[in-house]
Design a protein around this ligand. Structure first.
Ligand code: SAM
Length: 379
């Protein structure tokens, strides 16, 4: 089960004054006040697309750890599937555009710090969130003298222009594109511009909220980029054909992640009056590169639905180069070779061997088929 990194949890409890260390209890009044702030933050954000400066502590308490874990998770998947993205680099330079409190870059840092020296650069237009980000950087650096953090206040314009002499190995836009560009279409030129800040073998990570509108916008960007043959999609897609989800169910499907996690106790307390679905990390994302890192495997597939349990059978949907495929297993076919199928979740990658292709869009797991979940994540 995924849990908030303990060092982040204790840092947040301290920074936000949520824990009465002398009495070893949570400060319930502070939790109630942050809960009320979160309520107002959501309300104001829906109506005015602002509020993060005013309710910076509420954002730090709730959205920062959730967003940090998303970026941490994506970096772990990348490390697992495309280790070459990071190997051979003594110092990894990371640029976080629209960094806010730094969730994107610190998530990447915590995933990579064991094997690399890290240098983080965060850009944001808000002095308030950068101040909070600076405090976090100060505390994180106390435990890691090798870490470098540079924060710059800068309002990016429609061309995403940024003066920088250095190139970065990882460029992240975490929940920032939705604010920087609100049109239905994300201009392709943005991606070209962002890649100008990346090294030749660098990667660009875009994380967006899991809403249908924003996820489909990202799916459209993916498909339009592939037409240019300049970029490769490393994740979440395992092929570079048109996104099969774009056309199914008259545009009602959208590619997104929904990962079960164990939110820390203080977030559960914050949520008592908010009633949000906090036990899942939901987001959509794209990892792009110019360099071709992918080693294609014809037997690996991305699961794009939850496991659907019905009387006498289980099924799910897979993303394949030839379209969305329904994968079915009758309960009578269950055995040790295919019991990983019972554990799959949306976003997993599975390897299939010897499944029966009944139709182009319906495959069946037989007693002789092999199903294995990968990558096996050391959570
Ligand atoms: C939703 S927050 C995301 C913050 C952080 N990346 C995260 O994932 O928690 C979006 C951030 O983008 C910044 N931002 C939005 N438009 C910007 C622009 N044009 N130039 C610079 N920063 C911008 C905002 O100030 C805000 O901190």
């Amino acid at each position: 089960m995924i849990r908030l990194l303990p060092e982040i949890e204790s840092m947040l409890l301290r920074l936000l004054g949520l824990h009465d260390h002398a009495r070893k209890v949570f400060d319930v009044r502070r939790i109630r006040s942050l809960s009320a702030q979160l309520h107002r933050l959501t309300h104001e954000f829906i109506h005015t697309k602002s509020g993060k400066d005013k309710y910076s502590d509420a954002y730090l308490a709730y959205h920062f750890p959730i967003n940090l874990m998303k970026s941490w998770m994506i970096t772990r998947w990348l490390q697992n599937r495309f280790p070459l993205c990071f190997t051979g680099k003594k110092t990894l330079h990371v640029l976080d555009i629209g960094c806010g409190h730094g969730a994107g870059m610190f998530g990447t840092y915590y995933a990579l710090k064991k094997n690399h020296r890290i240098s983080l650069t965060g850009i944001d237009r808000s002095a308030v969130v950068l101040k909070a980000c600076r405090q976090i950087a100060f505390l994180v650096k106390k435990d890691d003298s090798r870490l470098r953090v540079t924060l710059r206040r800068h309002q990016l314009d429609g061309a995403l222009l940024l003066k920088t002499r250095r190139k970065f190995d990882v460029v992240i836009l975490a929940n920032a594109l939705a604010e920087i560009e609100q049109d239905e279409v994300i201009p392709k030129k943005y991606i070209g511009q962002i890649f100008r800040y990346a090294t030749d073998d660098g990667i660009v990570v875009i994380i967006e909220p899991a809403s249908r509108i924003l996820s489909r916008r990202l799916m459209r960007l993916r498909d339009s980029l592939l037409q240019e043959h300049t970029y490769h999609i490393l994740l979440p897609c395992l092929h570079e054909r048109t996104c099969p989800l774009a056309a199914v169910r008259k545009g009602k499907e959208w590619c997104h992640q929904s990962r079960v996690w164990q939110p820390p106790h203080y977030i559960q307390m914050l949520n008592k009056t908010l009633h949000r679905e906090i036990d899942r990390l939901k987001f959509s994302y794209l990892v792009l590169s110019k360099r071709k890192y992918r080693e294609r495997s014809r037997s690996d597939f991305l699961v794009v639905s939850n496991l659907l349990k019905e009387k006498g059978r289980k099924r799910c949907y897979l993303c394949t180069p030839t379209g969305r495929v329904e994968l079915v297993r009758l309960d009578t076919s269950r055995n040790l070779q295919n019991d990983d199928f019972d554990r799959i979740a949306r976003g997993d990658i599975i390897t299939l061997d010897d499944v029966k292709r009944k139709r182009q869009d319906t495959w069946r797991i037989e007693p002789s088929s092999r199903v294995s979940l990968k990558p096996s994540m050391p959570w």
